[in-house]
Design a protein around this ligand. Structure first.
Ligand code: NAP
Length: 291
């Protein structure tokens, strides 16, 4: 099918760009990007994710440091570790794997990360900048949605985009990004009435609700573009929010699950670290006059 947006292929192109970025830095005697990822406890999903971050970062020529901490760590101790990383000039990106154990104050801990190194865009400062239209660091899942559209040469200007889902980590930032590209954006959620009528008017439907195969062809106009962010487990298989079999027959372009949005996110996390490194170096040059 030639209407599938291939997330893995687009990820491999972005990986090439990152490799080239690191290669050029080394050629100019500059250091590699360095990412640190903090994991508290032994959650299996988080261990899998942190290992995959490490594998991709190293394969792209970046440095990566895992900080594995015990489940019963004191909040002050964790905050001290993050502050040390904030002050370490050789660290460009800091990731804290969420969720944290319930007894820890997640908001306080996350907002200890320096906004300049917050490559997951978890701090209030970076989220505020994003919603002010001045985002420097874009969170990876929304950035993946935008990259899939842009690398498929979709011009968003003036398009009717409907985003289904309004979470702080996906729906709202996706909608904001689409707005920043001059799309006309409608945000829907579980209390939206006449959802089908709204989505059938959209040129682009982005769905992030966590309901397997929810979006059937009745929700989509012929020739629309459909981006599926959902990842749920259905009969032991990772399944998206879109009924792919049906909708792929009428969509102009469509993503698959797996192999769509999720295929890019870790690569984009590393890209955020590369961009942070460049931005912070340039800022230092501007402030001090020398570097
Ligand atoms: P979430 O926090 O649970 O939010 C779900 C949103 O969907 C809410 O805004 C909810 O509305 C809305 N919703 C639920 N049922 C609906 C319905 N029947 N009609 C319309 N709207 C409905 O989930 P999330 O964190 O945003 O994640 C959404 C999905 O994306 C999940 O499957 C998650 O696993 C996946 N995800 C994938 C990636 C990736 O890299 N591929 C990354 C992050 C998340 P209300 O606000 O009214 O409750």
């Amino acid at each position: 099918m030639d209407n599938i947006i291939d997330g893995r292929l687009i990820a491999s192109k972005i990986k090439e760009e990152i490799r080239e970025f690191v290669r050029l830095r080394k050629e100019n005697n500059k250091r590699e990007p360095m990412i640190t990822s903090i994991l508290i406890g032994k959650d299996e999903g988080s261990i899998y994710y942190i290992n995959s971050q490490e594998k991709i970062a190293l394969s792209l020529g970046c440095k990566f440091k895992k900080i594995l901490l015990e489940e019963d760590i004191e909040e002050e101790h964790l905050i001290n570790i993050i502050e040390e990383l904030n002050n370490d000039e050789e660290v460009d990106g800091i990731i804290v794997q969420l969720p944290l154990p319930q007894r820890l104050n997640e908001k306080k801990i996350v907002n200890t990360i320096s906004p300049k190194k917050d490559i997951d865009c978890l701090t209030y400062i970076n989220q505020g900048k994003l919603f002010a239209g001045e985002g420097e660091i874009i969170p990876c899942t929304p950035k993946s949605v935008l990259s899939l559209l842009e690398k498929s040469d979709v011009n968003l200007e003036g398009k009717n985009v409907t985003v289904i889902g309004r979470s702080n980590i996906v729906g709202k930032p996706v909608a904001q990004l689409m707005l920043s590209k001059n799309a006309t954006v409608t945000i829907c959620h579980s209390k939206t009435q006449t959802l089908k009528e709204i989505t059938r008017k959209a040129d682009i439907v982005i769905v992030a609700i966590g309901k397997p195969k929810f979006l059937t062809k009745e929700y989509v106009k012929e020739g629309a573009i459909v981006i599926d962010v959902g990842t749920s487990s259905l009969n032991g298989k990772i399944t998206g929010d879109v009924d792919f079999e049906e909708v792929s027959k009428i969509a102009k372009l469509i993503t698959k699950v797996p192999g769509g949005v999720g295929a890019l996110t870790t690569t984009l996390l590393i890209k955020n670290a590369c961009e942070a490194l460049e931005r912070n170096e340039n800022e230092n040059t501007n402030c001090n006059g020398v570097k």
